[in-house]
Design a protein around this ligand. Sequence first.
Ligand code: N01
Length: 541
Amino acid sequence: MPDMMPAPANRTFDALIIGAGFSGLYQLLCLRDRLGLNVQVLEAGDGVGGTWYWNRYPGARCDSESHSYNYTFSKELFEEWEWSERYPEQPEIMRYLNHVADRFDLKRDIRFGTRVVGACYDDAAKSWEVTTEAGETLTAQFLITAVGCLSTANVPAIPGLPDFAGRWYHTGQWPHDGVDFKGKRVGLVGTGSTGIQATPVIAEAAAHLTVFQRTPNYSVPAHNAPLTPEFKQWVKSNHAKLRGIMQGTPNGHPFVIEDRSVWDVTAEQRQAIYEAAWAKGGLQFRAAFRDLLIDKEANDTAAEFLKNKIREIVKDPATAELLADIDHPYAAKRPPIDSDYFATFNRPNVTLVDVRRAPIERITPSGIRTGKAEYPLDIIVFATGFDAMTGPLLRMNIKGRDGRALAEAWEAGPRNYLGLQVAGFPNLFTITGPGSPSVLCNMPVAIEQHVEWITDCIAHLRAEGLARIEPTEAAMDDWVTQVNDAARSTLLPQAHHSWYLGANVPGKPRVFMPYAGGMARYRSICDEVAATGYPGFVRSA
Ligand code: N01
């Protein structure tokens, strides 16, 4: 072969992994370095990071505490990395994931700038054929999606958007060179976790910020601060202990839920407990009592406390009432945490607009028009969330045996076994898929469990001389029932507009998607399945 000819690119692999975020990086490491498989990661972005690669909006910061927002599989990795603040900011998370990718030499097996647009199972060849946007076809025995749960931006179809004369952005597709708000009139649509993080930061920079609120939301202060040297040292010395706590709790966080009912204490004691939890801040507020998410009247006590905090903080009574007019139980939607969100409405350059009573009618060339008024704007920021959990999977046009589309199999909502596999789609594994705890858990904990289970499953197949695994229809039916039952035993489905239910995307089936039975319970179910010879799955040569 002449010297100038490039070597032909390898197109056949043991496993293809889609996505190079937390999930894809660890899955690559496990399959390549532990099982010795020939693996390739396909990543649409030009770098590692997954959801964090795209979500670089102002104020983007993780709501999990930094010492729990990392991998725990390697004690050395855990001990050598130091976070700087209580909650890691997006750029620091990117530095961490790049550090992991470099430390384990992962980038050489990742194809960046490669978006997957199709995946089709070839029954005769017993392999997956994956097509990229550039038209390339790659094949592999195993296909593993590591595409995240919140990676398909939901830009609302508001009439007139193409005619807007200013600039508009979705927080989940933020420009890498940032946005200059100086001197600009900015409109922010959406008051979920993202909008609540972005509001104070944009308000600092913009001439004027108008927040368009459809559903008011609770929020607890994050109390972010630099970590002390003592705390950093404590974290380093407690790898096993922290890993144990995170793996043993329902939500994967490094704190335990208090084993007391709201009704075990007097009203005065309860108030003091809530005050202490407010002073501590963060997602831990949810853990003040064990019955906050299962007993509506218990939840009402927390809800009332949090609404009163809004009324205390926000000086204008009408604005305070609009913010506190919350219609769902506390934490039935993913509870935001914030840095001065409510206080931001005391600034003279911030206006709150209620678009529940007077909805947005259209975007005009010069701004946003609601049923009541028109708001002139230079920039619109859509913090309008994602086509969560199923969106990133369905947009890849996955087809299983006999060309059956995943979109067809999931027409009435996602159906799978353990959130991991779908009948008719052999050797396809979905990391943190719908039907698994995923978004109800601190994500790295959920991810490590899934990646390790998949790795053990593939190792088992190889050891037994087997080539294929997929679940039975009966196992899927049973699992869907368990997922529904778990949700129904909580208050979570009571937030009827929640993305957990797919309610934020018009036309999406209303199905409670994540498994709400808790991460620890889920882990033991998965372990039991693996230990007892994979009941509910069909394995074949
Ligand atoms: O999205 P959301 P998000 N007109 O769907 C509103 C994670 N996260 O990006 O509720 C007007 O929660 C919508 O209103 P409504 C976290 O899991 C994590 O904020 O549908 N408004 C809502 O207010 C979180 O839960 C971190 O009535 C419209 C908002 O937009 C998840 O991401 C940080 C509208 C969307 O809220 C999603 O959060 C940030 C319309 N047409 C986020 N369409 C971390 O800490 C939608 N809205 C890791």
